[in-house]
Design a binder for this molecule. Structure first.
Ligand code: NAD
Length: 492
């Protein structure tokens, strides 16, 4: 393979691969539903045949326990592919819009689900396999061709993806390129028909700027500081257990994990006590060895240890860990105040700041910052949950759990504002790579009936085009006159 001195894909090869992808897309073969199904099945076998190699690569790059690797990166991808295979025909079928008499009885209107074209898929390092494979699955299902750029910070996984893709998939339609920030500036200078990016908010801004030059549509799956609120009416033990678990998984290097906890003062001591118990339980006895993933590299280890060293809060358990082994245990930092540097940016590691604060004040703090990707709420009081939901904006929300909403099939997963734009998972992923193309037709014999549109214009035809004549409501209605059905769901 022609590569640059850095070992990454050379600009020349990136160009050549892109040209191939464009030609393949132009040939139309990837639009054939049988092709899509075939390639999705091949993608399934790619994962199924190589589970051990994938888990080994994840262990090598980021120290993921075999179960965690299987649970969060292998099983989830296999499930997603199977979901796409079984629903492909339904998702890809033309839709008939509710278009009124003229377009349903006289003429016709359909929405065709057409692939956007050549997609660039850029992945992060925290789920280095799943977060390129899931978008790739959606791209194949939608009929796109795709160039996959895994994170350079997990080189074993990146190299495995680069090796496996051509063994299972048609290389002329789906390919891998490698590189870091420097190589990305060239990769992004080229024109794609879609960019699907998962990564940090600052890099997301670079992606959006590069995409804007070509007016390329993007999905940006970004990060942020997802807070968890534990109110006085929470199941304190369960909250502590699930928050501790969310920090243990992938060593807290998850976009929707708890960044910091707002806990009501009335339950603060009990919550912290239970958190310590669950944290110790999850870490197990030192002689059994930790099942926790490692920090991805020295730079991030230093960043996290600096946070621990410089906090004005009270470190009640955990430590700065071992730089050589790239480990940091879950480190609970109590009595944190909002001006602590610890809260300046996304932690993305196993540090857990606790802020003693009632839920309404917590909501005020959340709304002062950018919209988070996730908010977790622990409460069994509907009015509290409704208050938090009604006064905040976030990509998703989990109630009495952490990260649960990301697992809801076909519900869409994504951020809002600073935490991203667009969504995927299941049908939403298919739609992310799809253009809904409206195709309308009217029979020629209706030409005389529609002749009002032809110049010279005649105001006598005003009635024929005035759709606002039968409004069904009266002038002078008030807010109280409005009748709205539905309502919110009972949570507790
Ligand atoms: P990152 O933004 O540093 O890197 C992501 C990708 O962008 C990598 O492939 C990298 O090579 C590339 N990249 C890096 N610098 C670039 C530049 N200047 N120009 C163009 N491309 C560049 O993110 P990361 O550190 O790999 O991942 C962690 C971040 O991703 C966290 O903020 C986390 O919250 C977020 N994340 C979000 C989701 C989600 O689904 N919303 C999932 C996982 C991670």
């Amino acid at each position: 393979m022609a590569s640059s001195e850095s070992g990454y894909t050379s600009p020349k090869e990136v160009e050549s691969k892109l040209e191939t992808l464009r030609a393949t897309f132009a040939s139309g073969c990837t639009k054939d539903l049988r092709w899509r199904k075939w390639q999705l099945k091949q993608l399934f076998w790619l994962v199924r045949d190589n589970e051990t190699a994938i888990a080994d690569a994840l262990y090598k790059d980021i120290g993921k326990h075999e179960f965690e690797a299987f649970f969060t990166e292998i099983a989830s991808v296999k499930g997603d592919i199977l979901d796409h295979i079984s629903n492909l025909e339904e998702w890809a079928a033309d839709e008939v819009p509710d278009a009124g008499f003229a377009f349903t009885k006289l003429g016709s209107a359909v929405i065709r689900k057409e692939p956007l074209g050549v997609a660039l898929i850029i992945g992060p390092w925290n789920f280095p396999f799943a977060l390129v494979m899931q978008p790739l699955c959606a791209a194949i299902a939608a009929g796109c061709t795709a160039m996959v750029k895994p994170s350079e910070l997990c080189p074993t996984v990146a190299s495995l993806v680069e090796t496996l893709l051509p063994q299972y998939l048609e290389s002329r339609a789906y390919t891998t390129v490698t590189g870091g920030a420097e190589e990305m500036s060239f990769i992004l200078s080229l024109k794609y028909n879609h960019i699907f990016f998962t990564g940090s908010t600052p890099v997301g801004k670079h992606i959006a700027a590069a995409a804007a030059k070509h007016l390329t549509p993007t999905v940006l799956e970004l990060g942020g500081q997802g807070p968890t609120i534990v109110t006085a009416n929470a199941n304190v033990d369960l909250a502590a257990k699930r928050i501790a678990c969310s920090k243990f998984l992938n060593a807290g290097q998850i976009c929707i994990t708890t960044n910091h906890v707002f806990v009501d003062p009335s339950i603060h001591n009990e919550f912290v006590a239970r958190l310590r118990v669950w944290n110790e339980t999850f870490h197990g006895k030192p002689e059994h060895g930790s099942q926790m993933a490692k920090i991805v590299n020295e730079r991030n280890h230093d960043r996290l240890t600096n946070m621990i060293t410089n906090t004005t809060g009270e470190v009640i358990c955990g430590s700065t860990g071992d730089r050589e082994k790239l480990t940091i245990p879950t480190t609970i930092i109590d009595n944190v105040t909002m001006d602590d540097a610890l809260l300046d940016s996304e932690i993305f590691g196993p540090l857990l700041p606790i802020i003693e604060m009632g839920f309404q004040e917590a909501v005020d703090k959340i709304t002062e910052g950018p919209h988070p990707l996730a908010i977790n709420i622990f409460s069994h009081k509907k009015s509290e949950i409704d208050y938090i939901l009604n006064h905040t904006i976030s990509g998703g929300v989990s109630i009495n759990d952490c990260m649960l909403h990301a697992a809801v099939p076909n519900a869409g997963f994504g951020g809002v504002g600073d935490s991203g734009m667009g969504a995927y998972h299941g049908k939403l992923g298919f739609e992310a790579f799809t253009h809904r193309r409206t195709v309308a037709r009217m029979p020629d014999f209706l030409d005389s009936a529609m002749s009002f549109r032809y110049p010279p214009f005649d105001m006598k035809n005003k009635k024929a085009v005035d759709v606002g004549t039968r409004v069904g409501f009266k002038r002078g209605e008030t807010l109280q006159d409005q009748k709205i059905g539905g309502g919110s769901v009972a949570w507790s």
